[in-house]
Write a protein that binds this ligand. Structure first.
Ligand code: NAG
Length: 342
């Protein structure tokens, strides 16, 4: 091999890991163990993935996800974390709703619903992953975004929560803060990137956000420094949730006034209320070990399981109700019409 190719190889060799994996649906249920612990039904419906120790009440530390779970819907066999977002609905011209199903990313076609999860030390396109991060600790949890955000200014407080209108499964830009305004042939992808600076002390905070921070200047992508108040750099957790809107793309079924028909399960038709939740549950120090490996996506220290095993892990619903999977429903589960945001 010519020396210049060797040099090129040495330059692109990763210093630390970036991992990307699929997770099937664990359950679609009206629970929220982070924001409404012990409450069933919670105010709105969620789609949840990860370890099967999931319950409406999961007290930090006491509820040890890796030891209480017997399976996980995620590809890494040691990841018993729970990850969730709201669900998406299509609103018909007569005001009834049907839930929009999810599908896996390209390359994860066999998985049932769910989403794709990333842990990154530098931005996705950076093959070197030079930054060093501290993995999350047992009992750690957080959320990002707010279902109360109803304007672009409110949504802009969370810079990395966006939508991609998929022309095909490989579309990755542009991203928008609001729901796409036109039909998206291959679906709507929701992108959620969590903040990357931790206060180093608190596993959670009353609003589930303030123990975390964005960099004090610049961005995660530009490797901006963490603020003194939140000095510990943690992996950037990212979700890609693909809603299969294809069967709802007939313009004749869309609102006559030209607006778009999709609405979050908490009644938001703008998209600005995009939010996601995380409860850490990797076994022992498995996540730190993986993050310290020199690898990009294909990481040897990440033990994986088959898609069939991921799909076979489920939990029963805590709340049994018609969520509009096959019938048209009159009202979003738990959300009166008066709470709808256009
Ligand atoms: C409402 O619209 C849906 C979708 O077009 C249709 O299937 C359903 O029958 C309608 N329901 C009523 C009560 O008109």
């Amino acid at each position: 091999m010519h020396w210049s190719s060797l040099t090129a190889l040495a330059l692109v060799a990763p210093s630390h890991a970036l991992i990307r994996f699929g997770c099937s649906q664990l359950v679609v249920d009206r629970i929220d163990p982070l924001v409404n612990p012990g409450v069933a039904p919670s105010p709105h419906l969620h789609q949840i993935i990860g370890g099967n120790s999931l319950k409406p009440l999961m007290k930090p530390i006491e509820h040890d996800l890796p030891s209480l779970s017997t399976c996980t819907t995620c590809q890494p066999a040691d990841d018993f974390s729970n990850y969730w977002t709201a669900t998406l609905y299509f609103r018909s011209r007569n005001g009834t709703y049907k839930r929009v199903p999810q599908k896996g990313n390209a390359g994860f076609e066999g998985q049932h619903g769910g989403m794709t999860v990333y842990y990154m030390q530098n931005q996705l396109a950076d093959y070197q992953q030079k930054a060093k991060v501290k993995a999350f600790q047992p009992g750690f949890r957080m959320l990002i975004g707010s279902p109360m955000a109803g304007t672009k200014a409110e949504a802009d407080k969370y810079p990395q929560l966006t939508y991609t209108c998929l022309q095909d499964m490989n579309t990755r830009f542009p991203e928008s803060k609001n729901f796409p305004v036109k039909p998206c042939p291959a679906g709507i992808m929701v992108n959620l990137r969590f903040p990357t600076c931790w206060d180093g002390v608190n596993l959670d905070s009353p609003d589930h956000i303030s123990h975390m921070s964005y960099p004090s200047s610049g961005t995660f992508e530009s490797q901006g420094p963490c603020p003194a108040s939140h000095p510990v750099r943690v992996p950037q957790l990212m979700y890609e949730v693909i809603f299969e809107t294809g069967t709802f793309n007939n313009k004749a079924d869309w609102p006559a006034d030209g607006s778009q028909p999709f609405v979050w399960s908490f009644g938001d038709g703008t998209g600005y209320g995009n939010h996601g939740d995380y409860v850490f549950g990797w076994k022992d120090d498995s996540l730190q070990k993986i993050m310290d490996e020199e690898c990009y996506v294909n990481c040897k220290s990440m033990k994986t399981q088959s898609i069939a095993a991921m799909n076979s892990c489920t939990v029963p619903n805590a709340v049994n109700e018609n969520v509009g999977d096959s019938d048209w429903i009159e009202m979003l589960p738990g959300v009166p019409h008066s709470k709808l945001k256009a």
